[in-house]
Design a protein around this ligand. Structure first.
Ligand SMILES: Nc1nc2c(ncn2[C@@H]2O[C@H](COP(=O)(O)O)[C@@H](O)[C@H]2O)c(=O)[nH]1
Ligand code: ZN
Length: 788
């Protein structure tokens, strides 16, 4: 250990201590004494001018001073705590004689308060003191003589100034050795001059050595901080491990008996306590595994007690030289352990936002001195890194916990999301009527005449008709559980409920069948599209993306764009992964990832923002007649546009159906508008404002013109098989347009057509019930073939 900038012991290595010492061999004492005064002064200046090690330099200065002045002993003090309240001079080397080696000279540090005694006085005034009889001078402290048994007779004490004339230390020569062999000779005026001249050079040399030492110190400190930063960023997974590493570094750097880190509880419910205390002793193992690091997560104690409590609450650093003299110190902490606390350096640890997350406390420096500014300076830098490291690690631990919680929540959710076995078995036993029974090939299909069970059966029928269960080896029970689970995961909201999803799926089914799209799409795409339609609004809350953002819902925090659509897809995956509902369970890896990719794109495509982004590209390839339906890009575009066409297909339905659905949509919009008014305190847009309900016809015309008409026109251009969608949309537009002027009068012809459609639906339904026996027979056949 060597001295630091303040003149106190620090951590520079022994090799560095002597590295800078002059390489020039010193002349013998006899040779030096033979020189005249000018030559001697020159020789002694040369002797010190290359030494950049403060301690070795001080030793040389004192040896030279005792030679130069014929003094028996010399001492040197350096200024510490410059400009602060604690400003003092601290002995560097004490009572050095001309022949004493450096090792023999090292003494306990003596601190002389500013202005006190002879040394303190010289430091304060910057004036030399030549005292012929020390015992007659009131400033002389006899204690030292009493302690050492040495008798001080006379003293020559001089300030050491730097190049700017500032006091940087004090040197003192004691007891002039008389040339006449008598003991009564004091230091002369001539000695004062010689001492003054020599100290002028010494001051410059000392300042240079101090600066050099400071730069070494700074270098070493930076190196240590870099090491610490590396350690901190290596260890991000566990707070205890990280703190152990930090404390090992801190203890070895600052050489103290104990190093403690106390973490503040950040859980709101238990705030106001230290939640974890880590204690590392100088003799504890550096190995994390076999370490004596004691961490007591269960020993929570209040924040407002003792030194650590004071620092945690006030955020102020405390540097206490004698703990027992400080009222805030609680001596009980030593009682049980037998440990004697002497000095304490205690600092708050802050995170990146400046909040106090803990406290670091160092106790008792190994060399018995109090903690100095230098220690404080180093610890401060350490603490910044520690704060970052602890904060990051805590965040990481929290994230790991949150992930674990999330997977538990998912497990629970998945359990409750699945349809109950009784329902699955009940459905499994039911007959599934034909496509004709439900009129599933009809663009004019409406679900209103069917109950929930029938919609489920119609859903199954569509998948059976497309041969998807057989193609992908989907077990019938698995499929029943899956479709029931999908239905169960739609909320009972006004419009975005199971019925809407079911109708969208039916439109997709007609488009595929009537448009003979199985010639373009493979089975995987058909499967993905049908699943996408049925799942595309899963867990919809009856409020749109804008509402999620405005209400800062957790969903919006998770996904900033296509918020709900991402959530619908997540829910879809959750059901697909639920035990017993894995309809993709028999797909090979390649098929599975392709189907999932198409499924995700299709669900996301129901965000109208994406429809607007991609539709012009679609219209261009349709109009150019250059569509390449064998390429993934064009097929992807086609699938996305089909999702929109199916999603808004209520607009193509017979007028009565359209009116009913438009009212459901409008009511759900108004419910959102109410929430916006009363919860978010914002004014809803006209479409969601129930006060503007009379404007529904105008809004429907706008909706048709801006969104629906362009997509159905494009499909009608693509293939006339899709024209009924456009016709239905056009007819509804006409009706809404007419309604803008007043209540609609339906023409006789329109009424006849509407009634005919209704009758045919009703009669198919009835036929379905009278033909139940037949269906039952068929289902038995299917069941027995499955069992086989
Ligand atoms: N103003 C109207 N908006 C409608 C109508 N039908 C549907 N929509 C809106 O279109 C999107 C479809 O996306 P979804 O996946 O959420 O169903 C959505 O914003 C609907 O509210 C209508 O007749 N009028
Ligand atoms: Zn939808």
């Amino acid at each position: 250990m060597v001295s630091d900038v303040n003149g106190t012991l620090s951590f520079l290595g022994a090799s560095q201590r002597f590295a800078a010492a002059s390489s020039k061999t010193r002349r013998s004492r006899a040779e030096l004494q033979a020189l005249d005064e000018r030559e001697l002064l020159y020789e002694l200046v040369l002797n010190i001018c290359n030494d950049l090690d403060v301690t070795s330099l001080c030793h040389k200065i004192l040896q030279n001073v005792s030679l130069l002045l014929n003094a028996d002993r010399c001492s040197l003090f350096l200024l510490e705590g410059e400009g602060s309240e604690e400003q003092c001079v601290v002995s560097k080397l004490f009572d050095v004689s001309a022949n004493a080696s450096l090792d023999a000279c090292t003494v306990d540090e003596v601190r002389v308060p500013w202005g006190t005694g002879i040394v303190g006085n010289v430091a304060q005034t910057g004036q030399a003191l030549n005292i012929p009889d020390a015992y007659k001078d009131s400033r002389f402290n006899v204690e030292v003589d009493l302690k050492t048994g040495y008798t001080t007779r006379n003293i020559l004490c001089m300030p050491i100034l730097d190049a700017e004339g500032k006091v940087i230390g004090v040197s003192q020569a004691i007891n002039k050795i008389s040339s006449r062999g008598r003991g009564d000779e004091a230091f002369s005026e001539h000695d004062e001059k010689v001492f003054d001249s020599y100290l002028a050079f010494c001051g410059i040399g000392l300042r240079n050595a101090q600066l050099y030492e400071r730069s070494l110190l700074e270098n070493r400190r930076n190196q240590l901080l870099l090491d610490l930063a590396r350690v901190i960023f290596e260890e991000q997974s566990n707070v205890a491990g990280l703190i152990h590493k930090i404390m090992t570094h801190t203890q070895s750097l600052l050489q103290c008996e104990r190093c403690q880190v106390l973490l503040v509880e950040d859980d709101l419910a238990t705030q106001g306590v230290f939640s974890q205390v880590f204690d590392f002793g100088a003799n504890d193992s550096k190995e994390e595994n076999g370490c004596h690091l004691s961490c007591h997560p269960d020993q929570r104690f209040p924040l407002n007690i003792g030194i650590t409590g004071h620092v945690a609450e006030s955020g102020v650093t405390l540097n206490i030289p004698d703990a027992y003299q400080d009222d805030r110190f609680d001596p009980k902490v030593d009682e049980d352990t037998g440990f004697k606390t002497q000095s304490i350096l205690c600092m708050p640890i802050r995170n990146a936002t400046g909040s106090i997350i803990g406290v670091a406390q160092l106790i008792n420096k190994l060399d018995g001195t109090p903690f100095n500014n230098n220690d404080q300076y180093i610890l401060e830098a350490f603490i910044i890194f520690c704060g970052m490291g602890i904060h990051n690690t805590q965040m990481y631990e929290k994230a790991v916990k949150a992930m674990a919680k999330q997977s538990i929540a998912l497990e629970v959710l998945s359990y409750h999301a699945a349809a109950p076995s009784e329902e699955v078995h009940r459905l499994k036993k039911m007959a599934v009527p034909s496509v004709e029974h439900f009129q599933l090939y009809d663009y004019k299909f409406s679900d209103f005449v069917f109950d929930d069970d029938e919609t489920i059966k119609a859903g199954i029928r569509m998948f059976l008709d497309l041969n998807l269960l057989e193609t992908f080896s989907i077990g019938y029970e698995v499929f029943c559980r899956w479709i029931l689970s999908v239905k169960k995961n739609y909320r009972n909201v006004t419009y975005h409920n199971w019925r809407h999803a079911f109708n969208v799926t039916q439109t997709m089914f007609v488009m595929i069948k009537q448009g003979q799209l199985q010639n373009i799409f493979g089975d995987e795409e058909v499967l993905a599209l049908m699943v996408a339609c049925l799942c595309h609004d899963l867990d919809h809350r009856g409020t749109n993306n804008q509402f999620q953002i405005q209400s800062e819902s957790p969903l919006a925090q998770l996904y900033s764009t296509s918020t709900l659509e991402h959530h619908h897809f997540d829910q879809c995956l959750m059901i697909l992964n639920t035990k017993g509902s894995e309809i993709f369970g028999q797909l090979n890896k390649k098929q599975y990832s392709r189907v999932i990719r198409i499924l995700e794109n299709a669900i996301l495509a129901t965000d109208l923002a994406l429809y607007f982004r991609f539709r012009s590209e679609f219209f261009t390839i349709i109009d150019s007649g250059q569509a390449a339906w064998n390429t993934e890009t064009d097929k992807d575009l086609l699938r996305s546009m089909m999702m929109t066409a199916c999603d808004v297909a209520a607009i193509t339905k017979p007028w009565k159906v359209q009116q009913k659905v438009a009212n459901l949509i409008a009511n759900e919009f108004f419910e959102q508008g109410d929430l916006e008014k009363h919860q978010l305190h914002i004014r809803p847009i006209d479409m969601m404002d129930r006060e503007k309900k009379d404007e529904l016809p105008t809004m429907q015309v706008k909706f048709i013109d801006s969104i629906c008409m362009p997509v159905y026109q494009a499909f009608a251009r693509l293939d006339t098989k899709f024209a009924p969608l456009l016709d239905g949309c056009q007819s509804n537009r006409d009706n809404w347009k007419r309604m803008q002027e007043g209540p609609i009068k339906i023409t006789h012809e329109e009424q006849v057509r509407e009634n005919a459609h209704k009758d045919s639906q009703e009669s198919m339904r009835k036929k379905g019930s009278s033909g139940q026996l037949m269906q039952w027979v068929l289902s038995c056949v299917r069941k027995s073939s499955e069992e086989r």
